[in-house]
Design a binder for this molecule. Structure first.
Ligand SMILES: [Zn+2]
Length: 477
């Protein structure tokens, strides 16, 4: 208890020092009640994407900000899918900080939910509903930080820009791409905090915090086998299905080389430092120059921790295979589609040539298939946001303060909206509240049919978010 009190006093002292407020300025009990009110209101809006109808959430956020006297701009490519931007002005001594969350959520199958997906039911210390951990948590936290900055009249060195974006779940055309391509001046910043990280709890105890600093670049490659069509009663050595099968097997068997970047090297060494000896050895082995140790650790990770294996390299997963249309016809074409997740410094053309060598069959074409589609027609790649930046070290300090744990910079294997911003030179860091590692397999995670958040962790995340924004953007003497 004493420890807790002492910690709270330090928190208050830190806040008062950095922003010139009295320690009593933030009434956390009132803030928690207000956080819950906004959070529930936002979760109760059905903003499923597709079809996408973020307007109610955008209107809500806009009215909350305006009621506080914070000016708001609305940018919409489609009227029912607006993006909301608000800015609190700083002294201009430093470049702006962007904080953002997305208003849309993935679809639901209401029959599968025991709590209604848009009910925001509070039960047993949790709030249940679609978007509770993706991304109405980040949205609400960023909103609360804006309100608190304004009420406290906090002096800022940086402008703090708030963005509630539409279309993150698959229609970036109306969301981040629209903002980046048409209204970049409204959101241009030195740093950005958004979704994509989080704190991992195991058996109720915090284990580590991960902060997304880079992400892999999605790319689609098709293998197309061609050969003469014919009667199935007369087998041909040129059979397209047979050639394709060999090609797919060869690609699946092959492993692209391991290549660590600053983020993944720091990730595995920091993870090793907090892991049991057996696991720690594997994380360290992949970073050694000893080919035997690397191969053994890699094989173990591929089998047991496939996400970690994917973080080591550009990955290839054959996900669609098609060819043929009737029993007695040899088809003239068969096609397989590979989901390729490239390391940010991968050379796409060189990688394609490498796949051709692995396939090693002139009857099989290897081509990029144009996935994923972006408005500019090319995959996005922002590279790594550095882990020695002021924005990252600010997060690390707040993680230590609020969660007393290690911060792991992480490269996500999937894609997020931050790639569009990183490509424009904004250094982005993905953060998030604490969730229980056991929740995913039990079906309570993001995109699941029982998505939920611990109330205490929502509130801790708001306090954490407040600290990182005040410490990064607040006026320093
Ligand atoms: Zn999300």
């Amino acid at each position: 208890m004493r420890h807790l009190l002492l910690a709270m006093l330090i928190v208050c002292a830190a806040v008062s020092r950095s922003v010139g407020q009295s320690p009593a300025a933030v009434d956390w009990t009132a803030i928690e009640a207000e956080t819950m009110r906004h959070f529930q209101a936002l979760v109760r809006m059905d903003t499923s994407d597709p079809p996408g109808g973020e307007k109610p959430a955008a209107d809500y956020v806009k009215s909350v900000l305006e009621r506080e006297g914070i000016p708001v701009e609305v940018y919409a490519l489609e009227a029912h899918r607006p993006n909301v931007v608000a800015r609190l002005k700083g002294s201009g001594r430093k470049r702006p900080l962007l904080i953002m969350g997305h208003t849309d959520v993935v679809n639901v199958d209401p029959k599968k939910w025991s709590h209604p997906p848009f009910g925001a039911d509070r039960d047993g210390g949790y709030v249940y509903g679609r978007g509770t951990v993706d991304d109405k948590d980040n949205l609400t936290a960023a909103l609360m930080v804006m309100l608190m900055l304004k009420r406290g009249n906090v002096a800022l060195d940086r402008d703090v820009i708030f963005l509630a974006e539409a279309g993150e779940e698959g229609t970036t055309r109306v969301g981040i791409e629209f903002m980046v391509n048409q209204h970049f001046a409204a959101i241009d910043a030195e740093y950005c905090y958004a979704e994509g990280g989080g704190v991992t709890r195991e058996k109720g105890a915090v284990r580590f915090a991960s902060v997304q600093t880079v992400e892999k670049i999605p790319n689609g490659i098709d293998l197309i086998a061609r050969g003469p069509a014919g009667h199935g009663s007369v087998p041909l050595t040129t059979n397209a299905v047979a050639h394709l099968s060999k090609a797919v097997a060869a690609v699946a068997e092959w492993q692209p080389p391991i290549d660590l970047n600053d983020t993944t090297a720091a990730y595995f060494s920091r993870l090793a430092a907090i892991s049991p000896p057996e696991q720690a050895r594997r994380y360290r082995d992949v970073m050694t120059g000893d080919p035997k140790a690397v191969a053994a650790a890699d094989a173990w990770l591929r089998e047991n921790e496939p996400r970690h294996a994917s973080m080591l390299r550009t990955s290839v997963s054959p996900n669609i295979i098609q060819g043929g249309y009737r029993n007695n016809v040899i088809p003239s074409e068969a096609r397989a589609t590979l989901d390729v997740r490239m390391l940010p410094d991968e050379n796409p053309e060189r990688f394609l040539a490498q796949i051709k060598r692995v396939v090693n069959d002139p009857a099989v074409d290897v081509v990029f298939n144009g996935w994923p589609q972006t408005t500019t027609g090319k995959p996005r790649n922002g590279g790594e946001s550095p882990i020695n930046s002021e924005a990252f070290t600010t997060i690390e300090a707040a993680v230590t303060k609020h969660y007393a744990t290690t911060t792991l910079p992480s490269m996500s294997t999937g894609a997020s909206d931050m790639a569009f911003l990183r490509e424009k030179g904004i250094r982005c860091y993905g953060i998030g509240p604490a969730t229980d590692v056991e929740d995913g397999p039990k079906g309570f995670g993001a995109h699941s049919d029982q998505e939920r958040i611990l109330e205490t962790e929502l509130h801790r995340f708001v306090r954490f978010h407040w600290d990182i924004v005040v410490n990064l953007a607040g006026a320093k003497p």
